[in-house]
Write a protein that binds this ligand. Structure first.
Ligand SMILES: *Cc1c(COP(=O)(O)O)cnc(C)c1O
Length: 339
């Protein structure tokens, strides 16, 4: 293993020693297999390749000051992967097997868990796809589950720096009764054009609107949206967004800090009333938003003139990170130690 520069890790892929695979054939899941290959052998007619039968998850393992490795709410990822599997007609991967694969892949790659001081973590990527061959449009009869890990630096280098966002006015990520609530690759394929377009115009990411009326905030690229005003944490309720586990957790943290929480439709005009806005997800926990540009009327909503995150976002961020790394007690019972 080459020496890893823990303090300067990118948010990218670095090879580790092992990954775990499990195959569904003849109506049942087989035994876990440990692999040291980064490649898969795939049938040219696998449904994942042709009809997008693929779902994934993302979670992290954190090394604490005490030298213990912690996982954050992993059961929620296991449950969400079952929801995604059912949503696109794949064989769900059972929770107990998910746990076995998860713990095993971390134990086998222990030396890749970044040290506490680095602020980095071990990103864990479970994926599930239709590996059986079909040419007609129907669900596969064979599935593959893979879990691999890769050490990642903090999503935002140099702490939490607010970023600029653009509202997408000529694209949708997911239809109102479509697959927006599932963590499937298809939603990402559908959002890439808008995200790249946003990058080219100088924006970090895109805010998608509700596809039905184009009046309400839906999601920020691969993260949920929240706004802050009057000691209240406000986050969109919609039937086309992915239920972020980070968002669910921030809601609880906000309540525990004495804030009010509202989960409801958020009209675009309300953006002008927030004192802070941000996006949230496993990768960055919180990404504060500096400004939001709406190309429809060239309006700019500003939240951070000095390139600093707002006080409420920072407080929520610090509290959640402290629980994840084990720096502070975990009153919610969210953390599992991997022995
Ligand atoms: C994964 C994901 C999120 C964030 O979810 P977390 O559970 O907090 O990591 C938000 N939106 C989309 C579209 C996602 O795929």
């Amino acid at each position: 293993m080459e020496k890893i520069d823990w303090k300067n890790l990118p948010f990218g892929y670095i090879k580790t020693d092992y990954n775990i695979r499990c195959f569904y054939r003849d109506g049942k899941w087989g035994e876990m297999e440990v692999s040291s290959s980064e490649y898969i052998n795939m049938h040219i007619a696998a449904t994942a390749l042709h009809y997008g039968q693929e779902a994934f998850e993302g979670l992290k393992a954190y090394m604490g000051k005490d030298g213990k490795i912690r996982l954050f709410r992993w059961e929620e990822n296991a449950k969400r992967m079952i929801l995604s599997a059912n949503g696109i007609m794949m064989a769900p991967f059972p929770i107990e097997k998910f746990k076995e694969a998860l713990f095993k892949v971390i134990q086998l790659n222990k030396k890749f868990v970044p040290p506490y001081e680095s602020g980095a973590s071990l990103y864990i990527r479970p994926l599930l796809y239709g590996s059986g061959a079909e040419v007609g449009v129907k669900p596969a009869t064979e599935y593959t589950f893979i879990i691999f890990v890769t050490p990642v630096g903090p999503y935002f280098k140099g702490g939490v720096k607010p970023v600029d966002m653009m509202i997408c006015r000529d694209c949708d990520r997911a239809a109102p009764m479509g697959t927006g609530t599932y963590k499937v690759g298809g939603n990402y394929a559908a959002s890439l054009k808008a995200i790249v377009d946003g990058h080219e115009k100088g924006y970090s990411n895109i805010i998608f609107l509700d596809a039905r009326e184009r009046k309400y905030i839906d999601e920020c690229g691969p993260a949920n949206f929240f706004g802050i005003k009057d000691n209240t944490y406000i986050t969109p309720k919609s039937d086309s967004i992915l239920n972020s586990i980070t968002n669910m957790s921030l809601i609880e943290v906000a309540k525990s800090l004495g804030m009010k929480v509202e989960r409801r439709q958020v009209p675009i005009e309300e953006l002008s009333t927030f004192t802070e806005a941000g996006m949230c997800g496993t990768a960055a926990v919180i990404g504060p938003i500096a400004k939001i540009f709406d190309p429809l009327n060239n309006k700019v909503y500003e939240y951070s003139k000095d390139c600093e995150p707002g006080p409420v976002s920072l407080k929520l961020y610090k509290k959640l990170i402290a629980i994840q790394y084990g720096d502070e007690p975990d009153p919610f019972g969210w953390v599992t130690i991997v022995d």
